[in-house]
Design a protein around this ligand. Sequence first.
Ligand SMILES: [Zn+2]
Length: 127
Amino acid sequence: MEKIFCSHCFQILQTGCPTCPSCQQRVGYLSDVESRSMLLKMLLDQRTEVRSTAIFALGWRKDRLAADALVACALRHPSNISQGLQIVKVLATIDNGTPLMTALQYLMARHPGSEVKQAAFYALSQH
Ligand SMILES: [Zn+2]
């Protein structure tokens, strides 16, 4: 069955609930594809808090297809260390498959922040 997502907070929903159990808003449903495309757009937002919401939501989704976009987001904002660390944490929980290893390795090689590099190194060493 196809998953559906809250249009406010992007949590995965059960069909038929009138309000979202996570954010308590009246539910607007998004399909898997709609939800991903909105979240990927949000990663391009200039506002840190909007990007942060998207990063967490992509983590809940365990969305492997978002790995490259997450890495790109971290590299677009190299001085935002806390967000870089958040992205490493999400990448580490999405999957331990090959695409994700590549994403973490790429981040470790390219990110200028030593804390982010170390976090990526640590996440890789756990696999
Ligand atoms: Zn919600």
